[in-house]
Structures are given as structure tokens and as C-alpha cells.
Design a protein around this ligand. Sequence first.
Ligand code: ARG
Ligand code: ZN
Length: 469
Amino acid sequence: MEHRALSRLAAPAVAALLALTTACTGGPVQGRPGAAGLRDPYFPKAGNGGYQVEHYDLDLDYDPADGRLHGTAVITARAGQRLSSFNLDLSGLNVEGVTVQGAGARYNRTGNELTVRPAEDLEKGEVFRTEVDYAGRPKALTDADGAKEGWISTDDGAVGVGEPVGSMTWFPGNHHPSDKAAYDITITVPQGYEAVSNGELRSRTTDADGRTVFAWHNPEPMASYLATAVVGKYRVTTGRTPSGVALYNAVAPGEAAASAGVLARLPEMVEWAAGRFGPYPFGTAGAVVLPAGTLGYALETQTKPVFPGATDEETLLHELAHQWFGNSVSPKSWKDMWLNEGFATYAEWLWAEDHGGTTAQQEFDAFLAGDTDVDEDARSGWDAFPPAAPPGPEDISSQPVYVRGAMVLHRIRQEVGDEKFFALLRGWAADHRHGNASTADFTAYAQEKTGHDLKKVWDVWLYGKDRPE
Ligand code: ARG
Ligand code: ZN
């Protein structure tokens, strides 16, 4: 009787238990596809879920004469879930083959998503190697604000730039700033051309066809939008800062004369910034001066910012400051852009203040007053929206992100005083070194570090819709 009652009750329970056991032991469980995007508030499809990249090994072969790029990307990543397939972001170009762990993998492409199906599921936690062979003439993208990014050709070569999503035009990857990785970028070019990329030049050799092979090594974590590859005729100079950071500058010949003066100040700028923000975060520094007009903006590409022609002191300093703010401490999402631009703009103000120019207080006051004496419309427009909430992707590089972002920092300085403010800047760079941070991380950190309640600054300056008084 007892036995019968038990079996009556037990049948469904046993079935349920069996199903549960199967689900937990992992045996017959199916891997799931990794997400096709990371749901960034401005670029929802950028990046991919289910894995994190540890290392990119890019082998790029570029012929300036016909504009063709041939690339092999070896991507070492760790699976964050059991994966049946995963995506890489890639725009344009032809994929010629994909292997995962050395075995041929199936793949297909929809829009900017390259979906890779390995022969076997990848286990959660597994470190796996994907090789993508690709070729074609890369196409630049037009950004939401009209700026060009991606692979951009010049008279005698090309430059690859990526902010915010242009890197997918020249290599497949997990193209979102939240996934940072180390890079080795090798570039093969015809004899007589230079090729420049992030980090340190490990070797410069000649291959069997007489082409020059440049092997660049960037060991520190890098967001993919900060990767660069520059090909063309350049004048290269190397050196060191007084404290020993290796410098590598490449300057388009037509820009050499106009660039010499400002580039001569780079060693001093690196030292000054290290004094203000803490140790320089990378092993190398430098600059690439592109032929005039190649781009409509300068970009803080890691260790070697690129400039669209000869630049000025403020811009050189701005891109240098990004090495701490943006490159070492990177945004968690594109909404956090003011953590890059507000800080780099404030660094320009500090540089001027420390070198007998306008003080940060004078800059702040001039913007607040809408004083256009100095520079026609440069001092208006900063109040269009709060820096922590750009209205859309077309606004992540607009003036409020830069200027009102810098004004947020100056308001903090006014509240807490110089000593705590500079300790805050250094602490922020140190505590998030080579990581990612959000606006919420910053506001919490600033309050904790300074011991001040800064809620009003956040409400009015960082998030407030109205023009602050
Ligand atoms: N981050 C670059 C800089 O500050 C500017 C990039 C501009 N990009 C754009 N799409 N408007 O220096
Ligand atoms: Zn900037």
C-alpha cells in the first residue's frame, strides 16, 4: 500500500528530477549562440556577447597602389558561456575562411555581424583561438555626426581609425570599448613605405618579395576603437622622455616643418601629465601627423594619437591626456563619453594654467558668461544638453560632452579644493587603470574619495537639462 502510494506520487517527480539532473550535469545541454550586440545605449549592435577577447594578432598586408587589404586576424578569447556560435563585428571586405581551434568553422554574414559556428560547442571558460582570413578594399564609415571613420585612404597610403565603430571596417572583432585586449599588429607594405601602429615596434624586416614587414606590439589592454594602422611615406623620429618613456613620431613630409615645434614639446608634456594624473599608463608614447585633411579630427589612438596635419599645443595635450582618460580608464558604454572628453578638455585647461596661460577658473567663467571674444562660436553651445546624457549617437562628440564635461570637473574642484581634487584625478586614473568605468562609478568614487556630498553638481551640471546658472 505504501509502495503503491509512493509510485503514484513519484512518477512525475522522478521525471522532473531526471530532467533537472540532465540539465545540471551538462552532458546533453546545448550550447547557446553568443549575443549579436552588447546593447550599448547608442550602438546596440556594437560588440558581441558570450566571450571576452584576450588578444588580437592582426596580420595586415596593404598595397597603397590598389587599395587592397589582406588580413589575417587571430583572436584569442575566453567563452563566458557554453557557445554553439558567436559573432564578430566586420563591415565590408570578403571573408575567405574561418577556423576555430584549428578546425574549419561555418560562418555567415548579415549586416556587420559575422556569425561563426565552430564544429563543436565551446565550453564555458574555455580559451579558444579563432582565425579569420579576409581581403578587399575597406570602406570608411560616415559617423552619425557626419565625420568619417574606419579605413581612410590618403594620397600615398591609408589610416585605420575606429571611434566609435570604425574599426570593424578593417578587422573583425568584439568592437565595443567594454572588451579590451592586448594587440600585436603586423603590417606588410611595399618597400619605401612606413607602417605605424600602437605600442612598440618589435621588428622591421624585409620579406622574400622585398616588402617591408613592421611588427608592432601593444601589451596593455586596448579598446578596439583605439587601434590604428598607418601606411604611407612618413618621417620617423624616436626618442625618450626624461623619465624614460620611449617616443615614436611619424610625420607626413609635407607637415614636418609645421609640426617640429609642437612635437618637440611632447616629452615635457608626458612628464607634466604624469605629475598631474599619475604614471604614464603605457610603455610607449608618440604621435602620427597625417597628410593635411586626411581626417576632420584628431584621435587619441593608443600610445600614438593621429593628427590631421600639423597640430597645436592644446590638441597634442588633449590627445595625450586621453591616454589616461579614455585609453587606460575606458568608458563602459558610449554614453560615458564625457569621462573621456570632459577630462581631456580639462587637461588642456590645466596645462594652460600651469604654463602661464588662462586659468581653469577663467575658462570656466568665460564659458559660463558665453564670452565669445576669444573664439567666435567656440564658447557657445556647451549648454545644449547634459554631458552624461547626450541625446543620441550623433552627439557623443559634441561640445557639451567636452566643455560642460570639463565644467563638471571644475565645479568639483570648487567644492572640494585643489588638494582633494588633484588626488581625485590621480586616484581615478590609478584605481581604474587599464579598466572600464561608467558615470555612476565616477560619481560614487568622487564622493567617497573627497568625502563631499556632490549631489548638486551631478544634478545641475552632469544630468540637468537646464543651462546651469
Ligand atoms: N575623440 C576625438 C578627440 O577628442 C574626437 C573624435 C571625433 N569624432 C567624431 N565623430 N566627431 O579628440
Ligand atoms: Zn578628445
